[in-house]
Design a protein around this ligand. Structure first.
Ligand code: NDP
Ligand code: MG
Length: 383
């Protein structure tokens, strides 16, 4: 029996994780679930999944939950409670599914405590990739990727890395794949969040529309699989059936396919190295529309190009890219800037930030905060 901690339980990945876990009561027990402030949602999950601990970052929300939570659930609060639960003695596997840089600290905590990290929070690697991979190595922790592309590559690489030529991440192209670039300035947050294939949280949905999501994923892949950006390619595949590919020197290409449902990757992160059912319907290739592949249009998906530049710049640049993106996406969702302003804010923040080396967690956090401040000031000048 494995004890599971689900950080970001009220979100899209969190709910899917609880769905998979509930299918295997003989294998998993929900030790703890967390949310930021959604105490009503977390209470519903407490009733259904009976965790030992429920954590809310916001104190007031935690107080509300304490007043109504089912018996036997201990309600904890604050950011430190996330770090503590991620390294808790009783925890075996930690699902890192908090959105954004806010998920980094608890991921590090789980890494230093030697846990299996089921990593959805790609931002942890983008911000502190080298440090995180070192912490994992030192403690004997494991990172099993949950991001569908990285799960696909991880699955293919079970065949080994010998003779590996390159990896190729597939990208759906998001909701604006067939819209002309010129018309993008007027798109609304609602339109940007309507992903054609995946049901996800708002932030990652906007990232998919700008293709910054793929940019973050290239950075994520470079740390996870220890590959330079030159060996990581992106291809647009609107059907989201081929989840990614690994190319070998002998001309062979390995790939993992499946319907676009995150429960496959979540299930694999739980069961690795074995497999078990996830609730995902079987893929019937005879009933799929033709599978298409083409190179990304970098004028339209400027964010992808900027992400490659950030990897090249190195040091704190990926962290700055992530911070500026979070600030810009938030401003876009609040109708403060236009869709095409997102890449402009990120580019300017990157240009104005010195790309120093970050060798401690404290310096990663400081770089994140300074980059956010700069991006915010650029947005206020944009008014
Ligand atoms: P959602 O927005 O659906 O959920 C986010 C979760 O994080 C919620 O539980 C939310 O709590 C919590 N949260 C938000 N802000 C904070 C904070 N400051 N501190 C602590 N907890 C917080 O996100 P997704 O599930 O879509 O994404 C989660 C992560 O997984 C992201 O890093 C994303 O990039 C990655 N990912 C997601 C995929 C998907 O299909 N959704 C696919 C691949 C990767 P509350 O409800 O209280 O706000
Ligand atoms: Mg992905």
């Amino acid at each position: 029996m494995k004890n599971i901690v689900i950080l970001g339980a009220t979100g899209s990945i969190g709910l899917n994780t609880l769905d998979v876990i509930a299918r295997h009561p003989d294998k998993y027990r929900t030790l703890a679930i967390s949310a930021h402030s959604n105490w009503k949602g977390l209470n519903e999950l407490c009733k259904k999944h009976k965790p030992k601990y429920a954590i809310l970052v916001e104190e007031e929300a935690a107080e509300n939950l304490r007043n109504i939570s089912p018996k036997g659930v201990e309600v904890l609060s604050g950011e430190s409670a996330l770090d503590n639960i991620a390294s808790h003695d009783e925890a075996d596997f930690v699902m890192a599914a908090i959105v954004g840089g806010a998920g980094m600290s608890s991921t590090f905590s789980a890494a230093m405590a030697g846990k299996r990290i089921m990593l959805a929070n790609k931002e942890s690697l983008v911000l502190g990739g080298a440090l995180l991979m070192n912490a994992v190595k030192k403690s004997g922790a494991e990172i099993i990727p949950v991001d569908s592309e990285h799960s696909a590559i991880f699955q293919c690489l079970q065949a080994g890395k010998d003779g590996l030529n390159k990896i190729q991440l597939t990208a759906s192209g998001g909701p604006f794949l067939n819209r002309p670039f010129e018309s993008l300035n007027t798109v609304t947050p609602e339109e940007a969040c309507k992903h054609p294939n995946w049901k996800m949280g708002q932030k990652i949905s906007v990232d998919s529309a700008t293709m910054m999501n793929k940019g973050l994923e290239v950075i994520e892949a470079s740390f996870l699989f220890n590959l330079p950006a030159s060996q990581i390619e992106v291809v647009v595949h609107p059907q989201s059936i081929v989840h990614s590919c690994v190319y070998y020197d002998d001309g062979s290409v390995l790939s993992q396919l499946g319907l676009p449902d995150m429960r496959s990757a979540i299930s694999y992160a739980l069961s690795f190295p074995e497999r078990h059912s996830s609730g995902v319907k079987p893929l019937d290739l005879t009933k799929q529309p033709p599978l298409e592949f083409f190179p990304p249009d970098l004028k339209k998906y400027k964010c992808l190009e900027i992400a490659y530049l950030a990897i090249k710049k190195g040091g704190g640049a990926p962290g700055t890219l992530n911070a500026a993106n979070e600030v810009a996406v938030d401003a876009f969702l609040k109708n403060k800037i236009g869709f095409l302003d997102i890449s402009k804010i990120i580019e300017r923040t990157l240009n104005e930030t010195p790309g120093q080396n970050l060798d401690t967690l404290a310096s990663v956090v400081e770089n994140d905060q300074l980059s956010r401040q700069l991006a915010l000031s650029l947005i206020s000048k944009n008014d």
